[in-house]
Design a protein around this ligand. Structure first.
Ligand code: ADE
Length: 260
């Protein structure tokens, strides 16, 4: 049998088997720890990751699933959460290599656009992701920079859970420059984060399906300063995020990818 046929059959097989291992990638400790408690996970004592990196894995069995929460940890120099696309890409790559997950869930907070129907505390499942701060005005490189892609389709999960659906735009800044704003509008985004499209890029590269659960902490097109509104709402909105992630994991349990 030709190698290509084998891999197609293998891929079909994995769609039909119950999901066994999930990887939940979460950038902030405040967002991750309530889920670690909820799923009764343990911190890895013998790290899968290279010596010296701050990346943290919590793992355990929840229902029929091997659940892994990966948090990129605190920046070694500055002691703050390692947010943004660089850390997100690195932990996604290293975790896929080490754990061979069936599915990735990138969970976190996001800014929302009220003009597109987002409100504080809403939890979105992203239908699409793209970057808004990688502008390369040369034919085809422009599309590479934007990196737009559809997320793994989960129509049954959407029917079952009360989540909003919208497009997610990713960049490495919490604030929004006029250039970013124009790109976010071009991306038709309802929510804005700092990791999603990077996780999606790596997951696609390594052929792992990925979904994006994002809760709105601040209204980007509102009148409050973003950083203030974000910090004010972080803890309360994290509760909504973690409840939604638990519902998603409960729904996934016992199902195959093709049933999501
Ligand atoms: N996470 C929470 N709010 C955000 C915003 N406004 N931009 C990017 N990431 C966010």
């Amino acid at each position: 049998m030709a190698p290509q046929e084998e891999s197609t059959e293998e891929a079909m097989g994995s769609e039909q088997k119950p999901i066994s291992t999930i990887l939940i990638i979460i950038a902030m400790q405040t967002e991750a720890l309530p889920l670690v408690t909820k799923f009764q996970l343990s911190k890895d004592t013998d790290s899968l990751f290279p010596k010296g990196v701050p990346w943290v894995r919590y793992h355990g069995i929840y229902k029929d699933l091997h659940v892994n929460i990966i948090w990129p940890g605190k920046d070694i120099l500055l002691g703050v959460d390692s947010v943004g696309t660089i850390s997100a890409s690195l932990v996604t790559y290293a975790s896929i290599q080490a754990l061979k997950p069936d599915l990735i869930i990138n969970a976190g907070t996001a800014g929302g656009f009220k003009a597109k129907g987002a409100c504080i505390g809403d939890v979105f499942l992203a239908s699409d992701v793209a970057f808004h701060d990688r502008r390369i005005p040369i034919p085809v490189f422009d599309q590479y920079g934007i990196g737009a892609r559809k997320t793994f389709s989960t129509p049954n999960l959407l029917k079952e859970l009360n989540l909003k659906v919208g497009k997610l735009s990713t960049g490495d800044s919490l604030d929004m420059s006029p250039h970013d704003e124009a790109s976010i509008v071009a991306n038709d985004a309802t929510i804005k984060d700092m990791e999603g499209a990077a996780v999606a890029y790596v997951a696609d590269l390594l052929s792992v399906p990925s979904i994006f659960v994002k809760a709105v902490t601040d209204i980007v097109d509102g009148d409050k300063p973003t950083a203030e509104e974000f910090l004010q709402n972080l803890v309360a909105v994290t509760a909504a995020l973690d409840q939604a992630v638990t519902q998603v994991v409960d729904f996934i349990n016992g199902k195959c990818l093709s049933q999501l």
